[in-house]
Write a new protein. Structure first.
Length: 359
């Protein structure tokens, strides 16, 4: 193990002792915010420190066994214990490397998931509807709550655009690699001659911004327009100006929301989506500025990048970032995307470990 890694682990061990001391103080018990903050920090540090202590014990066991090698009667037992200790050391070091990987601060956040039809006309809109159903079924499998924030239906079914809020533990960590271009190859329902068409949609997964800390929106930098909602909804839709469009003048970002009858609720939803988009833009700008030395295969968040192809005639789904092809398209379109999510997460962790090794 590198000295820099040992130093970091020793520092965390000292910090855990310090936190335990603070938690035992009456002053801390009276301050609920401090108590909660320290409790969260302890929960993050403790598993690392426990593994570090296990690692140190394994190193001590190996050293003791090495000293036994000089005794002819104990040599066989010593060699056996050295072999076992080295196995534990190797395993624990790998665990510690993973635990020390930089954590994405957004991983536990709720998300706004946006699906937009791209090239391919009506077929693209139909595929956008299929993708939206896939993500809603995935959310259902994870017992996450979902809420359709905004939708724009196409004439033949599907969606030109749809935005869904997904609330649940680890939602962003499992969905963040879905951002990008999704391509479909299949025979459209509208195709009379049975020819395979190719169309595309884009998906954006945005972590929900913290209303207090993350994004400060200056009221002078936004323009709010209200108008009459269009589409299905009965007579009410055409009589009241409940739809809201918010333009962020500094970035040019535009958010529209018209699904609720209340102008106030539409404005509240649009502001949350705008905050998430501003935060996402800040993250993407930061990633681009840091990409000069190493370009992540799967963490770039480039919305224009084609990340996945769904080939229905061949029953396969291919993720181009990690060259993974699965021949189970029906299950995937029904929301069974854990295998894709886990493979992408594993690849991302491998990249982080490689970067850590170069440091």
């Amino acid at each position: 193990m590198k000295d820099s890694m040992k130093s970091k682990l020793a520092q965390l061990a000292r910090r855990l002792e310090e936190i335990d001391g603070l938690l035992a103080q009456e002053e801390t018990a009276r301050d609920m915010n401090k108590l909660r903050t320290l409790g969260q920090e302890r929960a993050e540090i403790e598993p690392v420190v426990v593994r570090f202590h296990d690692f140190n014990r394994a190193c001590a066991d190996e050293l003791s066994a090495q000293e036994m090698l000089t005794d002819p009667d104990m040599k066989a037992l010593a060699e056996e214990e050295i072999h076992a200790a080295r196995g534990r050391i190797e395993s624990l070091e790998a665990d510690l490397q993973r635990l020390l990987l930089p954590k994405d601060p957004n991983d536990d956040r709720n998300v706004f998931l946006e699906v937009r039809a791209g090239t391919g006309g009506d077929e693209s809109a139909l595929f956008a509807g299929s993708l939206l159903r896939m993500y809603l079924r995935y959310a259902e499998r994870n017992r996450w709550k979902t809420e359709v924030i905004s939708e724009s239906a196409s004439e033949l079914g599907g969606y030109k655009e749809a935005i869904v809020r997904i609330e649940g533990q680890g939602a962003y960590s499992k969905l963040k690699f879905e951002s990008g271009g999704h391509r479909v190859q299949r025979v459209p329902e509208t195709e009379a001659q049975g020819r395979i068409h190719t169309s595309a949609c884009t998906v954006a997964v945005l972590p929900e911004a913290d209303e207090i800390d993350d994004v400060k929106i200056d009221p002078t930098e936004i323009r709010i327009d209200v108008y009459r909602a269009s589409g299905a909804g009965g007579q009410h839709v055409n009589k009241t100006e409940s739809a809201v469009r918010i333009t962020h003048l500094a970035t040019g970002l535009v958010v529209e929301c018209q699904d609720d009858r209340s102008q106030h609720k539409n404005k509240e939803r649009a502001m949350k989506i705008l905050a998430a988009r501003i935060k996402d833009k800040q993250v993407q700008d930061q990633q681009r500025s840091e990409a000069s030395t190493r370009k992540s295969l799967i963490g770039s968040g480039d919305r224009s990048e084609r990340i996945r192809t769904y080939n229905f005639p061949q029953g396969r789904v291919t993720d181009h970032r990690i060259n993974l092809t699965l021949y189970r398209i029906d299950a995937i379109m029904d929301g069974d995307i854990d295998e894709l999510s886990q493979a992408l997460t594993a690849e991302h962790q491998a990249e982080l470990l490689a970067a850590l090794g170069e440091a």
